[in-house]
Design a protein around this ligand. Structure first.
Ligand SMILES: [Zn+2]
Length: 360
């Protein structure tokens, strides 16, 4: 994660929707290509994020999990699994709990002449209400293409584990270059790089999964499988052969792929029905964002004073209906909904107010 914070966050949550939606493409693929087979061994660098002591170096710390430790644990398992594949050489930027600058990490990758750099991270948000996985790639040319194509493959692997997929994204900084340092430094050294934000350490939906036995190894297996598929690798030891694996490429973009900076354009609600005795309200919500997918929604029954936990929005639909239960004793209930795109930008509906007699 990019923002350092120490505040612990423990919440018991339940979800309306537990179905995990598989990441659907924002941009449609232009062609199907074979994983490329290089005559020389592929050289990749695994970069366990953070490391060392002090602010920023530890990464996110929540629920007893420290980012710098779990990134190293995952990186070690990933390197171990990839070493069982043929035609690949794997390096790690760090194998111990050491402080390393982003420039040093990119310089290391440059020295070993890396074909691809995979920076391993776990996430956290200031609001503590987001959950799921995301991939950051460069906004530029073939670096975007490679990161996006790999992102498609790895998010498919992650979704199999039950992780909600936020998507593959870009972010430009104030200088007009890639915002994230590791991506920016690698790209200026002519190496594609992705940041793999596997899951949120400050949200129980993800943390409950991370805590299950062997989950970090499952993540390492998902990452290794995605890398092996992307490069069309074979492993006699593992009995796997991805040399015939094909994937749809996004193609090289015509221009810079900029992040969405605006909230969803549409966020409207209708109350289809309500039952005064039970407090059940059937709400229909329509939301739309032409630049990035809507991935979460939430609702309020008290006019926006409090909101539900973020629910998963089926990004293939613009209109969905759901039940909101108004607890008895709520005075002046009114329904307000929010929709969030995958850049976490939020739009809020106009409140639906019931007739004056809906006090119970
Ligand atoms: Zn991080």
């Amino acid at each position: 994660m990019s923002v350092f914070s120490k505040k612990p966050c423990k919440r018991v949550v339940s979800y309306l929707f537990t179905t995990v939606l598989i990441f659907s493409l924002v941009l449609s693929p232009s062609a199907s290509i074979n994983s490329y087979a290089e005559p020389e061994p592929i050289v990749i660098v695994i970069d366990p994020g953070h490391g060392g002591e002090g602010e920023g170096n530890t990464g996110a710390i929540y629920n007893g999990i420290t980012e710098k430790d779990i990134t190293l644990q995952l990186a070690n398992a990933l390197t171990n699994e990839l070493s069982k594949y043929e035609n690949i050489t794997v390096y790690q930027t760090r194998t111990t709990d050491t402080k390393m600058t982003l420039e040093d990490r990119a310089a290391f990758a440059k020295r070993v002449d890396a074909d691809f750099v995979f920076s391993i991270h776990f996430n956290a948000s200031l609001e503590h209400h987001f959950y799921g996985s995301e991939v950051w790639t460069s906004a530029f040319g073939r670096f975007f293409q490679k990161g996006f194509d790999f992102g498609q493959i790895v998010t498919t692997e992650w979704s199999r584990l039950g992780l909600y997929q936020k998507g593959v994204k870009t972010r430009i900084g104030n200088t007009g270059r890639d915002y994230y340092g590791i991506i920016r430094h690698c790209v200026s050294d002519n190496m594609p790089c992705v940041i793999l934000e596997h899951a949120y350490l400050d949200h129980s939906y993800d943390v409950n999964m991370i805590r299950t036995s062997g989950f970090v190894d499952k993540l390492a297996h998902a990452d290794a499988t995605a890398i092996a598929k992307y490069f069309g690798l074979r492993s006699e030891a593992l009995g796997t052969d991805y040399s015939g694996f094909t994937y749809n490429t996004i193609g090289k973009p015509a221009g810079i792929v900029r992040q969405d900076r605006t909230e969803p354009e549409v966020c409207n609600i209708k109350v289809l029905a309500y039952d005064l005795s039970s407090g059940n309200v059937l709400v229909e919500m329509t939301t739309k964002d032409s630049e990035s997918p809507v991935i979460y929604f939430s609702y309020s029954y008290d006019g926006g004073q409090t909101f539900s936990l973020l629910q998963m929005w089926d990004r293939n639909k613009q209109t969905q209906s759901f039940n909101v239960r108004v607890p008895s004793g709520t005075s002046n209930p009114s329904i307000v909904c929010r929709s969030y795109n995958n850049y976490e930008l939020m739009a809020e509906s106009i409140p639906f107010r019931f007739n004056a007699n809906f006090n119970y």
